[in-house]
Write a protein that binds this ligand. Structure first.
Ligand code: ADP
Ligand code: CIR
Length: 352
């Protein structure tokens, strides 16, 4: 007799719960990829963490074909991308329309754009062996410390950073947190902290996270709202790293990442923006972010809350849109958010 499909809590709204039917579960439950990644691992995070938005992770490129009866509808739903759509890249930052949506610096505290990348011919993080993870760290440390000019910096292995410095780097939004329960449930925290680390230049405007959720998270960030400057530095870094590191890429799905939300461009362009009035009017706030396909996160990143009226606003879609379009989504949405925040502030003043 077939095993019964897992039951989800009544308030679970993950994409896993939405698309894991009995038929899909019976078709996939015993499947294992050639790197030994099982379907049960792929869905474990969403089963353990019923507050997941998505709930699944890939362990390798093959997960995206072998588990397609579940992954394809999740990808289509999240990215608004149907299985016959194709993915195009455009890293020509000069094609971005607009420079700084907040030239006076009243609203935007900082801008950050990151892309996720993984290495060709390697499993993704959830299925990496300890030795493979160590090999990747060595390879990346060598490549990154060879960069020059504005991109030149140092690599710090996580185990060698003292606790106080690590805490400060996290508080300053430069370093990933430890113990993420979503990653834990898919085996992404195995052998922690070994093999993980951070590279950054002196100014901390260019950073690379090594072996967190993806093997590389290439990050460009700086105070203020100059989105184009941040984007152009990111493109320069990605192009230089790619000369020595072959990235895992798929014709249909773009850059492959362990979380399906990052497929395609794997790009998240975000601002930390102070919007206290909109923060008190979530219906208006959500209407604008939904219209521009933006996501609202808290001040300390995913699954965190907003502090002091400061929100992390970023593009939601990453697949089936180019890098320029992802960043343009953010730019256009932020312009409208600032206009609305200003109107709400005037209305409050008039009522006084
Ligand atoms: P990711 O961006 O890799 O998907 P998170 O949402 O966890 O992951 O964010 C990682 C870190 O980057 C967090 O500390 C978050 O606050 C910080 N961050 C994101 N956007 C910005 C920004 N525009 N300015 C400063 N820090 C940011
Ligand atoms: C979840 O399902 O909530 C986590 N696995 C993270 C998903 C990616 N993040 C996102 O869409 N905000």
């Amino acid at each position: 007799m077939a095993t019964k499909v897992p039951v989800f809590n009544s308030d679970c709204s993950s994409l896993l719960a939405k698309y894991l039917s009995q038929q899909v579960f019976s078709q996939l439950e015993d499947k294992v990829t050639t790197s030994g990644y099982t379907f049960k691992q792929a869905i474990n995070s969403g089963l353990v963490n019923q507050d997941s938005g998505v709930g699944v992770y890939a362990g390798d490129a093959e997960s995206y074909t072998m588990f397609a009866p579940l992954f394809d509808p999740i990808i289509a739903d999240y990215h608004n991308f149907n299985p016959h759509d194709s993915h195009q890249s455009n890293l020509h930052f000069d094609e971005l329309f607009g420079l700084n949506p907040d030239p006076t610096g009243k609203y935007i505290l900082s801008t950050r754009i990151r892309v996720g990348r993984n290495i060709a011919d390697m499993p993704l993080g959830p299925a990496l062996s300890r030795q493979q993870r160590r090999t990747i760290e060595l390879q990346l440390a060598k490549t990154l410390t060879g960069l020059s000019g504005e991109l030149s910096g140092n690599y710090y292995s996580l185990g060698n950073i003292d606790a106080e410095t690590r805490k400060q780097l996290i508080a300053d939004h430069f370093l990933f947190k430890a113990g993420d329960r979503f990653l834990d449930a898919v085996g992404l925290n195995r052998d922690w902290p070994e093999g993980r680390g951070i590279f950054h230049n002196l100014e901390k405007t260019f950073l690379v996270w090594v072996n967190e959720e993806d093997q590389l998270r290439i990050i460009s960030m700086q105070p203020g709202g100059d989105i184009k400057a941040v984007f152009s530095r990111l493109v320069k870094a990605v192009n230089e790293i790619e000369v020595s590191v072959p990235f895992l890429f798929d014709q249909r799905l773009g850059y492959l990442t362990s979380c399906p939300t990052n497929l395609g461009t794997a790009l998240r362009a975000s601002v930390h923006i102070r919007l206290p009035k909109l923060g008190d009017d979530l219906i208006t706030f959500k209407a604008i972010t939904d219209h521009h396909q933006l996501q609202i996160r808290g001040t300390s990143g995913e699954h965190s809350v907003s502090e002091g009226g400061v929100f992390d606003i970023s593009n939601k879609r990453r697949l089936g849109v180019t890098e320029v379009e992802c960043v343009q989504d953010l730019y256009d949405g932020v312009v409208e958010l600032i206009e609305r925040e200003q109107e709400l502030a005037i209305n409050v003043d008039l009522k006084k």
